[in-house]
Design a protein around this ligand. Structure first.
Ligand SMILES: NC(=O)c1ccc[n+]([C@@H]2O[C@H](COP(=O)([O-])OP(=O)(O)OC[C@H]3O[C@@H](n4cnc5c(N)ncnc54)[C@H](O)[C@@H]3O)[C@@H](O)[C@H]2O)c1
Length: 343
C-alpha cells in the first residue's frame, strides 16, 4: 500500500510524537513538511521534511495528501477548515475543537468536502481497550450494569506556570478526562444524560482541579468518573497500560465495568466470571482470569488505521463527528442531568 504523503501542523509536545511516529513507519507515511511559527526546528529530527512557518503557504506549496493538526485547541477549527477547503484528509488532536459551535461548523465542512478525518483519541487503539471492546461485544459481561473510572494524578506545580493551564478549558476535564469519556462512550455506548460537579479547592485556579461525573448510557448502564490533577494516586490508565513513558507503571487498573454475568478491570485486564457457566449469585464463587495482550504503540496503530481509512476506505474509528460527541459529553460535566448536544 502506498505511504501517505503527510504534513504536521504544530511541532510542540504531541506534534513531535506524531513526527516520530510518521518517521518510524515509512511504509505507512512519508513526512513531507512540518509547520510551526514559533518553534526552532534546529534540534528536531525531521527526516528531511521541509520546514514552514506559515500553514497556508505550506499547504499550497507542498499539497500534502493528509495532515496531522497538533496545534493549540483554539486553532483546530480553522486548521480543519483549511484542509476541507483543499480536499486534504486530516487527523486532528483532541479536543476536536474548542467549542461545540466550532465542532458543528467543522462537521458540516467535512461532510461537504468529503475528506476523511480522525480525532486523536489514541487510547481506542490500545490492545487492552480493543480486547475489552471485544469481550463486551461478545457478551462476556452479560448486559452492562455500571462503569466506574478514576483518573487521578498530581501534576507538578511548575506545570501551571503556563497561564492557559490555570484558565477555563485548561483543566483535567478537557485535557485528560476527555480521553476517559471517549473510552466510556466506546465501551458502554451513547450517553443519554450527564451530571457532575467541579472543584478548584486544592489549587484555587479559575479552572477545576477535580471533577466528578455521573453518566446514564442509552442502554441503561450507569457510570461514574472522578478526574483530578491534584490527587496523587496509582489510578490512571497511563500508569496501568504503560502507554506514556512519563508515567511510571503502577500495575493498577483505572476502570471497573460490571455486567449481569461478570466484570472487567482495565487496563490491567482481569475478567471476573462465574466458576461454572450460569452459576451466578452473591453466594457463588467468582473467579479471576488475567488476560495478556501484546502491547502496540497506540499512535502507530492510529497512523496505520489512518492510512487504511484513506487507501482502503476502512471505517473511521473516531471521525470528526464522533470527536464532537465526546466533546459535547465532556463539556456537559458540571451541568445537572444534562443531555449532551447531539451531532
Ligand atoms: N492525544 C493526546 O494524548 C494529546 C496529548 C497532548 C496534547 N494533545 C493535544 O494536542 C494539541 C497540542 O498540544 P501540545 O501539548 O502539543 O501543545 P504545545 O503547546 O506543546 O504545541 C503546540 C504547537 O503548535 C504551534 N503552533 C501555534 N500556532 C500554530 C500555527 N498557526 N501553525 C502551526 N503550528 C502552530 C506552537 O508553536 C506549538 O509548538 C492540543 O490540542 C492538545 O489538547 C493531545
Amino acid at each position: 500500500m502506498k505511504p501517505l504523503r503527510m504534513a504536521v501542523l504544530g511541532a510542540g509536545l504531541v506534534g513531535r510524537k506524531h513526527i516520530k511516529t510518521i518517521l518510524s513507519l515509512p511504509q505507512v507515511a512519508e513526512l513531507a513538511a512540518v509547520t510551526d511559527p514559533m518553534t526552532d526546528p534546529a534540534a528536531l529530527e525531521l527526516g528531511g521534511a521541509q520546514w514552514f512557518r506559515d500553514e497556508k503557504q505550506m499547504l499550497d506549496q507542498i499539497k500534502p495528501e493528509a495532515v496531522i493538526i497538533a496545534t493549540p485547541n483554539a486553532l483546530h477549527a480553522g486548521h480543519g477548515a483549511l484542509c476541507c477547503a483543499r480536499g486534504i484528509h486530516f487527523l486532528v488532536e483532541k479536543p476536536v475543537t474548542a467549542t461545540l459551535d466550532e465542532a458543528a461548523e467543522l462537521v458540516r465542512a467535512v461532510q461537504e468536502s468529503g475528506v476523511k478525518t480522525l480525532v486523536g483519541h489514541h487510547r481506542r487503539y490500545l490492545s487492552v481497550v480493543q480486547e475489552a471492546k471485544r469481550l463486551i461485544s461478545q457478551g462476556a459481561l452479560g448486559d452492562l450494569v455500571a462503569a466506574s473510572v478514576i483518573w487521578s494524578t498530581r501534576k507538578p506545580d511548575d506545570y501551571f506556570k503556563v497561564e492557559w493551564r490555570t484558565q477555563t478549558g485548561g483543566g483535567p476535564l478537557l485535557i485528560n478526562a476527555i480521553h476517559e469519556i471517549d473510552l466510556l462512550r466506546y465501551l458502554c455506548g451513547d450517553i443519554r444524560s450527564i451530571s457532575g460537579v467541579k472543584s478548584n479547592a486544592r489549587r484555587g485556579f479559575a479552572v477545576e482541579d477535580t471533577a466528578a461525573a455521573l453518566f446514564e448510557f442509552a442502554n441503561g448502564c450507569l457510570g461514574t468518573l472522578i478526574c483530578s490533577d491534584a490527587g496523587f494516586s496509582p489510578w490512571t490508565i497511563e500508569q496501568g497500560s504503560g502507554e506514556n513513558p512519563m508515567f511510571p507503571g503502577s500495575g493498577q487498573s483505572a476502570y471497573r465495568l460490571t455486567g449481569t454475568k461478570g466484570s472487567l478491570e482495565l487496563p490491567v485486564l482481569r475478567l471476573w466470571t462465574a466458576q461454572a457457566p450460569g452459576d451466578i449469585g452473591w453466594d457463588r464463587p467468582i473467579v479471576r482470569k488475567a488476560i495478556d495482550t501484546p502491547y502496540h504503540d497506540p499512535f502507530q496503530a492510529q497512523l496505520s488505521h489512518f492510512q487504511r481509512l484513506i487507501r482502503l476506505d476502512e471505517t473511521p474509528v473516531v471521525p470528526v463527528v464522533e470527536g464532537a460527541r465526546t466533546l459535547a459529553a465532556t463539556l456537559a460535566v458540571g451541568g445537572q442531568g444534562k443531555r449532551p448536544r447531539e451531532f
